[in-house]
Design a protein around this ligand. Sequence first.
Ligand code: KIV
Length: 283
Amino acid sequence: MSARKQTDPGDAGRPRVTLTDLRARKSAGEKFPVLTSYDATTARWQVEAGVDVLLVGDSIGMCVFGHESTVRVKLSEMLSACGAVRRGAPSAYVIGDMPFGSYHNRLNEAVDHALAFVADGGCDCVKLECDGRMADVVAAMDRANVPTMAHLGLLPQRITYTGSYKATGRTAEDAERLVADAIKLVDAGAVMLLLEAVPAETTQRVTDAVGVPVVGCGAGPSCDGFVVVTNDLLGLTPGRTPRFVPKLADLGPQMRDAFAKYRQDIAAGAYPAPEHLYPMRKD
Ligand code: KIV
């Protein structure tokens, strides 16, 4: 079969981004942006802006469903969100985040759930919060042809143990463990790594040790890609956001002001105005 790239009718005919493209970006030293995405409309705008790697993160639990942590997110909710993002951004490389409890129990069940991310959710890859002990899960997914991104460092699903979110890999011992875990997971078949809240020095050791693209979320400059939560970047998250988030818009207050104007216009009788009415036909 000749080498032909998969294309989709959406996204103005843009070719679909593949793992091969991401590996090529890494080899060329071309750093790439990654953003979280939870719905078709946002995904469409993200791709239009040139952000073509989208993570349907379980941060949807806080950003969309109003939970306090990610552990309440259900598999069915993640699959619906992945489908929406895929429909909004047919050309994007879409990574689906496997939710709490969906890959920890039986290996077969974990693989079935990962397959659903590809077959039902339209994902290119699944992300698992891991340490070295999860290498058998990564290997099982690799055997089933589901590419995995191993998420290391701060693992928000471990909130059940930690009770709070803290940076990791900050001591020489922790850094050693992280590097060893990263190598083990890549050897097991992980096609990408995500490092969350890790000191730049530790990240550098990981990026030196593995050949796969490494995406950082507060993990310093040596990563190949960089991800932040879209709601944080857009200024939609109330309260403090992590220190590594570039706040590039202030959409929360803008939304509030638009909603308030709508309310005021209705109260004042300024809405609906003549231009909002359907005129009767002349006859
Ligand atoms: O769910 C999420 O948003 C994540 C972050 C690391 C970006 O996993």
